[in-house]
Design a protein around this ligand. Structure first.
Ligand code: SF4
Length: 335
């Protein structure tokens, strides 16, 4: 398998996915896509948006997923429910190609056949026209951080409209590049750090170099880069949470590999594993079903073995009191 040249692909996609002069982002339109077939509610915002229902329950064999329900409820000052609705906008570019991605790959190529440039004002106009708009906005992708300007631009728009303390803002990051530091001004970074109703979720892909590379098609050594980027993001004081996908071949030595992963994460912060939620991968989404092969089926099985070890590492390393704390109340020691 040839690995993706992440640096080259990122730079190419960025050049196609952002218009700096018009301050606009190439946003996916879901009409006619495979992803559209899987949407619970029809695409909204003229096809440029969708409503996602985030749920706490991830099924019997899996840990509960409090993201983004608990951080959103805290920011919105409401009682957390079992699910939350989010207005999603997807940028149309991603530098990696995870086999379990529920987005069609053709929606990740910054291809204007499936996307159009929208300013944040235009996105918010579309959102406000919807009946009963969701209480949170999720800027996702794709990899939103190929175009990191999107987040401070959206914050400025929400502030200008007096919505910054009414709508909770959430964005995803696949921990693949340093564009945030390369392209944002200090003022934009300060805005993100000080913005009251914003959190970011970073997603670690895989539990070791092999599973990382098989999952993403990126070079195995970039597995370690994820931890460096996560640390840098914590250093700028964002309200951060993490996901991890733990799909890996069943012949993996899970005891060894997962323990090593916890050691690496705890070098960033002793309590960071308590802010990480393993994401369960399902093969029921249309784009994933179309890509399925024997190796990926094996990796789907492997995630359950990894989950058992994940749970036992948590119990070994943390007290019952720590494990029972809501994810929003885990205060990292260093940050
Ligand atoms: S990084 Fe995210 S958006 Fe990109 S291919 Fe993987 S799952 Fe899909």
């Amino acid at each position: 398998m040839t690995n993706i040249d992440t640096l080259k692909v990122s730079s190419h996609l960025r050049s196609k996915a952002i218009d700096i002069v018009r301050r606009s982002i190439l946003i996916t339109n879901f009409h006619g896509s495979e992803q559209e077939k899987d949407l619970t509610d029809p695409a909204n915002c003229n096809g440029f948006g969708r409503v996602r229902h985030f749920k706490l329950d991830a099924g019997k064999e899996w840990m509960k997923n409090p993201l983004p329900i608990l951080p959103a409820a805290k920011a919105l000052n409401v009682k957390p429910e079992l699910q939350i609705r989010a207005q999603v906008f997807q940028n149309s570019a991603c530098n990696w190609r995870c086999w379990y991605c529920f987005v069609d790959f053709k929606l990740l190529n910054a291809d204007s056949k499936h996307a159009s440039f929208l300013t944040c004002d235009e996105m918010i106009d579309l959102y406000l026209k919807e009946d009963n708009p969701a209480p949170m906005i999720d800027l996702t992708g794709g990899q939103p951080d190929l175009t990191p300007e999107w987040i401070p631009w959206m914050m400025n728009t929400l502030k200008e409209r007096g919505l910054d303390e009414k709508i909770y803002l959430w964005s995803d990051d696949n921990l693949s590049n340093d564009y945030l530091w390369k392209y944002l001004s200090n003022e934009q970074i300060d805005l993100m750090s000080s913005y009251k109703m914003y959190s970011r979720v970073c997603c670690f892909k895989g539990i070791d170099e092999r599973s990382f590379s098989l999952n993403t098609k990126a070079a195995p050594e970039l597995f370690y880069n994820q931890f460096e980027l996560c640390k840098r993001l914590l250093e700028i004081n964002l309200d951060m949470y993490c996901y991890i996908t733990i799909t890996a071949n069943t012949d993996t030595n899970f005891e060894l590999v997962v323990a090593k992963l916890f050691d690496r994460v705890q070098q960033i912060d002793e309590l960071l594993p308590l802010r990480i939620v393993p994401l369960r991968i399902f093969d029921s989404f249309t784009p994933i079903a179309l890509r399925m092969n024997d190796e990926f089926k094996d990796m789907m099985q492997g995630q359950y073995a990894a989950m058992e070890v994940w749970k036992s590492e948590l119990v070994k390393r943390f007290t019952a009191e720590q494990l029972n704390q809501p994810i929003t109340e885990i205060k990292l020691k260093k940050y």
